[in-house]
Design a protein around this ligand. Structure first.
Ligand SMILES: Nc1ncnc2c1ncn2[C@@H]1O[C@H](COP(=O)(O)OP(=O)(O)O)[C@@H](O)[C@H]1O
Ligand SMILES: [Mg+2]
Length: 471
């Protein structure tokens, strides 16, 4: 079936550019013809002046022959004071005066177009000169062919021919270029239409050279497909990891229950219920983390308030008992715009990991580095090798050393923490340290609020956190 949209673009472009070319050519041709016309008119006037130059001395000196020499397309008549023709070129021999007008009294020269002058054919421009003689003014008529506004037919044919050629070349060129571009765009469209979730590895064709814009379009489409394919692979991986992590505790619980039902009398039911509850806890933890991630992915709005970061962290540390010693170095008056609940969640995730991996000590610090507020959680455990420092932020990533499911982690804690940092326009990274893992959260600092505001994390008691305290 013909593609009418495509055809109409092709036709519209071709006709549009051709009309534009025709208009430009017409303008240029008119200019050219006017120049040629005025040049030819000047030449005709020069010829008349030349004839005047040759004839007047003959009249003045009394050597005027009755038959003047013939000139190309030029006719001359000399009339005496009585208006009788005393000399003429051969085509006007024995003919009456070609014209009757004469220059007004103040002037010696006049000019008119006569169609035709008496005794001649075709329109001619007739020049009338007064030649003063002792017996009174004589009249000299000189007729030359009238020059049209376009000069001559050769110039006109040339202008029309060149205009037609230029317009035809523009039409052909436009048709060719647009058709080539449309073909390339069609190829991209066809390929895109065929790419579905199952063919995400396919890419649209990049056209041949000198189609820069089309190539840019194809490149951008391919880049987008690269990103889509990456995101789709991640999603598939995430779904498979999530299913696997949900299935493991479910399978364990099912086996325990089936065993118990097969041997009800030999089963220690309270112990069995405790074991099943552990599995349920794990399922609940995974589902809760998944829901948190889904909300962060959906960019759920943050409940932002001006918060003293050191104070917020101090309050969270006060709220729990930790198995490790915690060293605090929490600077006062480091204010950020944040959702306190989310930042607390991020801190809890980092502290939870640190507690599991530390040997004996965790250091938590807050300070301002210029325009950045920095929160660090450092432990004295085995640390994380540089090559794994990005990977651990991926969902369900657990390094081999902590594969043990009983460690209680869902593998989503760091992914959630990083999403929270990014939702606050901040970063969460792992930095070098002498010993153990050093997690660094950076958030943009804001000015201290004018009033203590609604937040319980305002400036009050900030001095409490100015010095390192060991618990
Ligand atoms: N403080 C730390 N020291 C060493 N390794 C860590 C530390 N924190 C996180 N990791 C590694 O990063 C992985 C991902 O952490 P996380 O996303 O919180 O998942 P989980 O804690 O559930 O295992 C952990 O399994 C662990 O291997
Ligand atoms: Mg964790």
């Amino acid at each position: 079936m013909p593609n009418w949209n495509r055809s109409s673009i092709l036709v519209r472009r071709t006709v549009g550019y051709s009309i534009a070319a025709a208009l430009v050519c017409t303008g240029v041709s008119l200019l050219f013809l006017f120049v040629v016309g005025s040049k030819d008119a000047d030449m005709a006037r020069d010829r008349a002046t030349g004839a005047w130059d040759r004839t007047v001395p003959l009249i003045r000196e009394g050597y005027l022959p009755s038959m003047l020499p013939a000139g190309r397309d030029i006719a001359i008549q000399v009339l005496n004071t009585q208006g009788q023709v005393v000399a003429s070129t051969p085509q006007l021999a024995h003919k009456p005066p070609m014209a009757t007008f004469r220059a007004p009294s103040a002037s010696v020269h006049a000019e008119r177009v006569l169609c035709p002058p008496a005794g001649l054919k075709d329109c001619m421009t007739v020049f009338s000169y007064k030649v003063y003689q002792p017996d009174g003014p004589w009249l000299l008529y000189i007729a030359v062919p009238t020059v049209p506004w376009f000069g001559n037919t050769a110039a006109l044919s040339f202008a029309i021919g060149m205009s037609l050629l230029a317009t035809a070349m523009t039409a052909a060129g436009t048709f060719h270029v647009v058709k080539r571009d449309m073909t390339a765009v069609d190829a991209i469209r066809t390929e895109l239409a065929e790419i579905t979730a199952t063919h995400l590895h396919r890419r649209v064709p990049v056209a041949c050279d000198n189609q820069e814009e089309i190539n840019l379009l194809a490149g951008t489409v391919n880049d987008t497909l690269d990103r889509l394919e990456g995101a789709y692979k991640q999603l598939r991986q995430f779904t498979s990891d999530a299913s696997h992590d949900l299935r493991s505790p479910l399978t364990a619980m099912r086996t325990q229950l089936e065993d118990a039902l097969m041997h009800p009398d030999d089963t220690d039911w309270p112990r069995m219920a405790g074991a099943v509850l552990t599995g349920v806890d794990r399922l609940q933890a995974i589902v809760t983390d998944l829901l948190t991630l889904a909300r962060l992915d959906a960019r759920a709005p943050l409940d932002l308030s001006a918060t003293d970061l050191g104070r917020l962290v101090g309050e969270e540390l006060d709220r729990h008992d930790y198995r490790m010693r915690i060293v605090r170095d929490l600077r006062r008056n480091v204010f950020v715009d944040c959702d306190p609940l989310r930042i607390t969640r991020l801190l809890v995730n980092l502290l939870d990991n640190a507690e599991r991996h530390a040997t004996s000590l965790i250091t938590v610090s807050v300070r301002a580095d210029g325009p950045t507020a920095t929160l660090e959680v450092l432990d004295d455990g085995a640390g994380i090798a540089p090559e794994h420092r990005e990977r651990v932020f991926d969902r369900f990533t657990r390094l081999d050393a902590s594969r043990d499911r009983d460690s209680g982690g869902t593998g989503l804690g760091l992914a959630i923490a990083r999403e929270i940092a990014e939702a606050h326009h901040g970063t969460l990274t792992i930095q070098d340290s002498e010993k153990g893992a050093r997690f660094v959260l950076r958030l943009p600092v804001r000015e201290a609020p004018q009033t203590s505001g609604r937040s319980s994390h305002g400036t009050g008691h900030a001095g409490l956190f100015s010095f390192p305290v060991i618990r």
